[in-house]
Ligand binder design. Structure first.
Ligand SMILES: Cc1cc2nc3c(=O)[nH]c(=O)nc-3n(C[C@H](O)[C@H](O)[C@H](O)COP(=O)(O)OP(=O)(O)OC[C@H]3O[C@@H](n4cnc5c(N)ncnc54)[C@H](O)[C@@H]3O)c2cc1C
Length: 389
């Protein structure tokens, strides 16, 4: 068992660490100021400028296959990069990415959707959740009815990330009510100008998802992504594409937060001594340090399983669950260590507090991860002894 990084992995990781320090950290105060004025932290032009800067050094499409101009990095490497990006709340992501299921597009669809998305010229969103169907995704009610050579889509989607900015959606609709999720759900690529509209949803986070409304939206047969009736499998592939990536980003955020807590504990004096000398504070710092280490290895282990071609779903659920729960405990402790200042908007802790809360909800809530983990253990799909048996 070798836990060390190769020279190349270390170089890639260090490049991103430097990029975060040089390009992103200096923008933090301005990002906070703008967000507090109700504006996006980065304009789309600024994001693009940063992405192009990264591209100049080869950082483009980190997980996009090389044949499409990407870096085709491994899951482990991508997790390490996400952890680096998580050290700042500046909303940066590398350019050149496309949703994994868009690679199932046929040649004509690839030209219209996949390639422009990779190039950053088109923006996608993924829409399965509905007001009556979240965790229970099989309960969706949006329908697509065949009418001549076309399909007519009716229904409402909710909480769709990027739904306000996207110019096309991968939307999931029932095409065969009898079969439902077992062969009766289809994924359609639908341009905004084909007739759907979006409505902003205000959340406790800094950006809002959208509700999407489909009223008699007519699309030709050629808009089906993958095969008719096979949409539910695509949806599960999209959601399962990288459950390890969300907690990977949280590693970086928690490391940064813990560093802030350590600095504050060493400098803030009460009753004639730094609070770092109090056991109550030391234990919060110790627990956070231990949990960040545990999270790192859970995430990297899940990513390693992905790279090894193993069935990584159990390991990914464990990493996602642990990351969501522990990141929230850690940010709460860090806020507590900062006392009243932690609660103010002068420091970014409350911002991370709100952002990290989402980790326990989207792409499978804590309860749904526990349900999956318990089912795997109870039915023997996963061993109590883990990968080592
Ligand atoms: C900011 C944000 C962005 C999102 N982005 C997208 C997106 O891009 N595309 C998309 O399609 N969706 C998106 N979602 C939707 C997200 O995936 C769902 O909100 C999530 O799956 C939970 O579904 P729900 O909100 O309907 O809650 P529900 O499913 O109604 O759950 C309510 C509560 O009951 C619990 N619960 C449910 N079933 C069980 C059970 N069997 N056992 C025990 N407890 C249970 C849940 O864990 C939760 O605590 C987003 C959500 C948010 C908040």
């Amino acid at each position: 068992m070798d836990f060390s990084l190769s020279v190349e992995e270390r170089e890639i990781r260090d490049w991103v660490r430097t990029f975060v320090q040089r390009e992103l950290l200096p923008r933090e105060q301005e990002v906070l100021r703008r967000e507090r004025a109700g504006q996006p932290g980065l304009t789309s032009d600024e994001l693009e400028e940063l992405q192009l800067k990264a591209r100049d050094s080869g950082f483009w499409g980190v997980q996009t296959p090389e044949e499409y101009g990407g870096m085709g990095l491994s899951a482990v490497m991508t997790a390490l990069l996400e952890a680096e990006l998580g050290r700042t709340f500046v909303p940066f992501r590398f350019g050149g990415a496309a949703d994994n299921i868009l690679f199932y597009a046929n040649e004509e669809q690839k030209q219209r959707y996949l390639l422009p998305t990779i190039e950053g010229k088109r923006k996608s969103c993924f829409a399965i959740t509905e007001p009556g169907a979240g965790s229970d995704a099989k309960a969706i009610r949006t329908t697509a009815r065949k009418d001549g050579g076309d399909w007519v889509i009716n229904g409402e989607k909710t909480f769709i990330t990027g739904g306000n900015e996207a110019d096309f959606v991968m939307v999931f609709a029932i095409t065969d009510p009898e079969r439902g999720a077992n062969g009766g759900v289809t994924c359609f690529l639908v341009d905004r100008d084909m007739g759907w509209r979006s409505e902003y949803i205000d959340t406790m986070g800094e950006w809002g998802p959208a509700a999407l409304v489909f009223e008699d939206v007519r699309v030709p047969e050629s808009q089906i992504l993958g095969e008719l009736g096979q949409g539910f499998n695509l949806a599960m592939q999209w959601i399962g594409r990288g459950r390890y990536l969300l907690p990977a980003r949280a590693i970086g955020s928690c490391e940064r937060l813990l560093s802030m807590a350590i600095e504050h504990a060493n400098t803030r004096e009460t009753f004639g001594a730094p609070i770092a000398e109090r056991q109550a504070i030391q234990w919060m710092i110790a627990d956070s340090g231990v949990e960040i280490e545990a999270l790192r290895w859970l995430v990297l282990h899940a990513a390693w399983q992905v790279d090894s071609g193993m069935d990584s779903r159990h390991a990914q659920s464990i990493a996602k669950l642990y990351g969501g729960v522990k990141a929230n405990e850690i940010v709460d402790r860090v806020l507590q260590i900062h006392g009243g200042m932690g609660y103010t908007r002068e420091l970014p802790i409350e911002r991370w507090y709100r952002e990290l809360r989402l980790l326990r909800i989207y792409e499978g809530t804590d309860e749904i991860q526990r349900r999956t983990i318990a089912r795997n253990l109870l039915k023997g799909h996963a061993k109590v002894g883990g990968a080592l048996g």
